[in-house]
Design a protein around this ligand. Structure first.
Ligand code: PGA
Length: 249
């Protein structure tokens, strides 16, 4: 099966810069080795969906409202994203959990609203350095998953991807080891097994994110139990990211 490669551009790129990026990426992406989802800012999504139309490049948003519509100044709804041609949304990224104080409860509500509107959700989970140093890694992951998928039916998990993103590895240049990633994937699948079924634990897509680059991508994406990767900084470099997506082993 092809690996899933997701690029999270975070708060980078003007729409003009995205136009140049997507023009190049769409022309250069071969789709042979990976499925690619690119997540530019909300403002770049219109030009990105336009340029990616008819190509294997898929679009994701970095955030979504937990509400359907109405008086929520500054928010963007799942329906608006879906209507634009967006297929994925990142939920529970540590930037949002930590800098915007998003709770597990809010993450769960966002997932439910997004799924209801036909979007796929990338649920990010991962421990802080303090959690890791005090041996709490697996408890934190377990808790974030249980709360994140609370109330979902098993068939809805087909539209949920779980991204293991240890906070200490994000944007630090210090990626998790193969052993860390394999252990986390095991725990993630165990939690799904206990809450749902053996089949669900096998079928759910689990990916890794945190300082992925052209050198460590081969080892980390081929870890047991890992179906792909979530890239931050590296995904902004169109040539490098194209090379990774086209030539993944
Ligand atoms: P990074 O970001 O690749 O720059 O570490 C990953 C992420 O935040 O998803």
């Amino acid at each position: 099966m092809k690996k899933l490669i997701i690029g999270n551009f975070k708060m980078n790129q003007t729409p003009e810069e995205s136009k140049a990026y997507f023009t190049k990426f769409v022309a250069g992406f071969n789709g042979n080795r990976a499925d690619v989802v690119l997540c530019p800012s909300y403002l770049s999504l219109p030009v990105a969906t336009f340029l990616a139309k008819g190509s294997p490049v898929k679009l994701g948003a970095q955030n979504v409202s937990d509400e359907e519509e109405g008086s929520f100044t500054g928010e963007v709804s799942a329906q608006m994203l879906k209507n634009l041609g967006v297929e994925y949304v990142i939920v529970g990224h540590s930037d949002r959990r930590n800098k915007f104080k998003e709770s597990d409860r809010l993450v769960n509500k966002k997932i439910k609203t997004a799924l209801k509107n036909g979007l796929k959700c990338v649920l990010c989970v991962g421990e802080s350095l303090a959690d890791r140093n005090t041996g709490k890694t697996f408890d934190v992951i377990r808790h974030q998953i249980e709360e994140g998928v609370r109330g979902l039916y098993e068939n809805e998990l087909e539209s949920v991807i779980i991204a293991y993103e240890p906070i200490w590895a994000i944007g630090t240049g210090q990626n998790a080891s193969v052993k860390d990633v394999e252990n986390a994937a095991k725990v993630i699948r165990k939690v799904i097994f206990e809450s749902y079924s053996e089949k669900a634990s096998r079928d759910i897509q689990v990916i890794y994110g945190g300082s992925l680059n052209e050198k460590n991508v081969g080892a980390l994406l081929n870890c047991a139990g890992i179906d792909g990767g979530l890239f931050g900084r590296i995904s902004l470099n169109v040539n490098l990211f194209l090379d990774i997506a086209n030539n993944l082993k």
